[in-house]
Design a protein around this ligand. Structure first.
Ligand code: T3D
Length: 257
């Protein structure tokens, strides 16, 4: 039983809700461990994982009240022992991950969202690299994701000025996939999640692998990787079904294998 999050799994869709609404879903030790555990379970039990927040915020980052006197908190240890395993768990999750960002995402909360494969934001949401406001640098993968997603100049400005970036700005910058009016937000991300959950799960896992490898590969290496992964997809039942459904002019029934 989780204390700081909720996990529901329904029709192959796992929904992990950060659930400390009175603290803007700020992350503490227990929550990091529970997220890690829930993401691992979801990878085994569902075909898509959504991470969202209870109440009006998505996640306010590190719980700044945790650990008492800030000058005595061992930030390096917390990051290595608690943030890294959680973020790597999300990154290596075999199924597609969606961050459904319902409100403010600040500090490590912003970078938790950026660790997901797809970010769908409510138009009311914002993304703040709040760290320098309290004398820190972007962590939780921020210095990795930001320059890749929005380019160096915007990453630097976001980190130095630590201003809230609106959902529209984030969309324009290529930081997120969609910004959706608040009234339509939940129905929209649920429909997106359901669409992925009934899709070709093996191909999705290989899409993630291929796109990520492109950051470090030469063209030659990437073409070779594509050939290998496509060869694997070619052996799935979903590929056979996809082609058959196309030829029979009907919707494919993918099984995720
Ligand atoms: O281990 C380490 O420490 C290193 C790792 C660091 C990683 C980080 O994430 S550093 C960055 C930490 N996060 C922030 O600096 C963001 C702080 N929060 C905010 O900027 C704002 O609260 C929000 C933009 C998220 C929301 O603003 P708003 O106006 O909607 O709400 P609020 O009134 O500021 O917050 C409501 C309550 O939540 C309030 O408590 P109260 O007054 O009702 O008792 C506030 O103190 C609490 N809260 C918000 N953020 C945090 C928090 N409590 C603890 N930690 C927080 N991060």
């Amino acid at each position: 039983d989780y204390q700081t999050i909720q996990l529901t799994i329904d029709q192959d869709v796992a929904v992990l809700t950060l659930n400390r609404a009175d603290r803007m879903n700020a992350l503490n030790t227990q929550m990091r461990a529970e997220i890690d555990h829930a993401v691992r379970s979801s990878g085994d039990l569902a075909r898509v994982l959504v991470i969202t927040g209870a109440g009006r915020a998505f996640c306010a980052g590190q719980d700044l009240g945790e650990g008492g006197n800030a000058s005595q908190v061992d930030l390096e240890r917390t990051l290595r022992d608690e943030y890294e395993p959680m973020l790597e768990r999300i990154y290596s999750c075999p199924i597609p991950t969606i961050a459904a960002v319902n409100g403010a995402a600040a500090g490590a909360g912003a970078n938790l969202a950026l660790a997901a494969d797809v970010v769908i934001a409510s138009e009311e949401a914002s993304f703040t690299q709040a760290f320098t406001k309290i004398g820190l640098i972007p962590d939780a993968g921020g210095t990795y994701w930001l320059p890749r997603q929005v380019g160096f100049a915007r990453a630097m400005g976001a980190a130095l000025f630590a201003e809230p970036i609106t959902a529209h700005q984030a969309l324009e910058w290529g930081m997120i996939w969609e910004a959706v009016p608040p009234a339509a937000f939940e129905a929209h991300w649920r429909a997106r999640a359901q669409a992925l959950a009934s899709g070709p799960t093996v191909a999705y896992a290989k899409v993630k692998q291929a796109l990520r490898a492109s950051y470090r590969n030469t063209l030659e290496e990437q073409l070779s990787l594509e050939a290998k992964l496509q060869g694997d997809c070619g052996h799935t039942r979903d590929f056979k079904e996809g082609v058959l459904a196309f030829l029979e002019k009907r919707k494919p029934q993918f099984e995720g294998r």
